[in-house]
Unconditional design. Structure first.
Lengths: 175, 133
């Protein structure tokens, strides 16, 4: 075997170590984003998730001004952390609707009583059907739907204090 | 004090990250028609769970996987073709959601890999065969 070839295994090893070190330093983003961003909201119609608050259908979105569509659940712990930030967005004048995923009316009512209710409408998605049709892969998630009913932005996971300016900007841009 | 803390830890229950609702109809129940059930099962084994990303929805215990199984079975029971259900999901989650990669320029290396590796193997072994002669 020629002398140059002697170093091939070492080079392969170095390439492998380099690749592993790179992936450890910058882990792969495992978020599965919805392909519907830039597309119309799929048609749906959901019954009210709890007493006293209207249900949600796709016709309630795209009524001239952009709205936030929040997917949450009373059994979802990060949703509790997110609740005050949704209140803050509502206080800033951003209208928010919600879909309660796999939830019971009494649990939704208890969640809202405890953590506040920034939502104008809440639809009940008992078998995650609308969640799947939106291309969402968990709770909490927040979509921005513009005045024409086009999905413009998807935020995955709980909204954190640092996300507020970005969500506000995306909402302004959707106007 | 310390003993009490230990006792509290022992009786503490983990916080549940699951809903209080029962699984959807057909999440864990087979379709009455065995041919439709076979078609649904074959598709479920090739759809990836969105929560536990290394498993198919047929293998996963996640609630969202259960809801996906229910959706697959209900749609196939309603007469939809399995490939239409797969296309519906790919339209929402991308090729990622399907374990059957499409043949397209992006995936040509993947499909060519077995042939290329066979070629490399033959190249590496050619000296050996010559020596044995």
């Amino acid at each position: 075997m020629s002398r140059a070839f002697r170093f091939v295994p070492l080079l392969v090893l170095l390439a492998f170590v380099g690749f592993v070190a790179w992936r450890l330093a910058i882990p792969n983003d495992e978020k599965i984003r919805s392909r519907l961003t830039g597309q119309p909201v799929p048609a749906f119609s959901l019954a009210p998730a709890t007493q006293g608050i209207a249900g949600l259908s796709s016709k309630d979105l795209g009524t001239g001004q952009p709205r936030l569509l929040n997917l949450f659940a009373s059994w979802c712990v990060p949703c509790i952390a997110e609740a005050p930030l949704l209140d803050e967005l509502k206080r800033q004048g951003i209208p928010i609707d919600a879909i309660a995923v796999r939830d019971r009316p009494e649990d939704v009512a208890a969640f809202l009583a405890r953590h506040g209710n920034p939502f104008e409408r809440i639809g009940s998605d008992r078998e995650s059907r609308v969640q799947l049709s939106l291309g969402s892969s968990g709770v909490p998630e927040t979509f921005i739907v513009d005045g024409k009913g086009i999905i413009r932005y998807q935020h995955m996971g709980p909204i954190e204090p640092g996300d507020i300016p970005n969500i506000r900007r995306e909402w302004e841009q959707a106007r | 004090m310390r003993r009490w803390l230990v006792a509290l830890v022992l009786v503490a229950a983990p916080v549940l990250a699951d809903s209080n609702l029962p699984p959807a109809r057909y999440a864990n129940e087979q379709l009455p028609d065995p041919r439709q059930e076979a078609a649904a099962k074959a598709l479920m084994e090739e759809l990836r769970c969105l929560v536990c990303q290394g498993q198919s929805i047929a293998d996963s215990d996640a609630e969202l996987a259960g809801d996906m199984r229910a959706m697959v079975r209900q749609r196939i029971a309603a007469g939809e073709k399995p490939e239409a259900v797969r296309a519906w999901l790919v339209g929402r989650y991308g090729d990622w959601v399907s374990y059957r990669p499409p043949v397209e320029p992006m995936t040509w290396p993947l499909w060519a890999a077995p042939l290329v590796l066979l070629g490399v193997g033959a190249f590496l072994l050619r000296h050996r065969f010559r020596r044995r002669r």
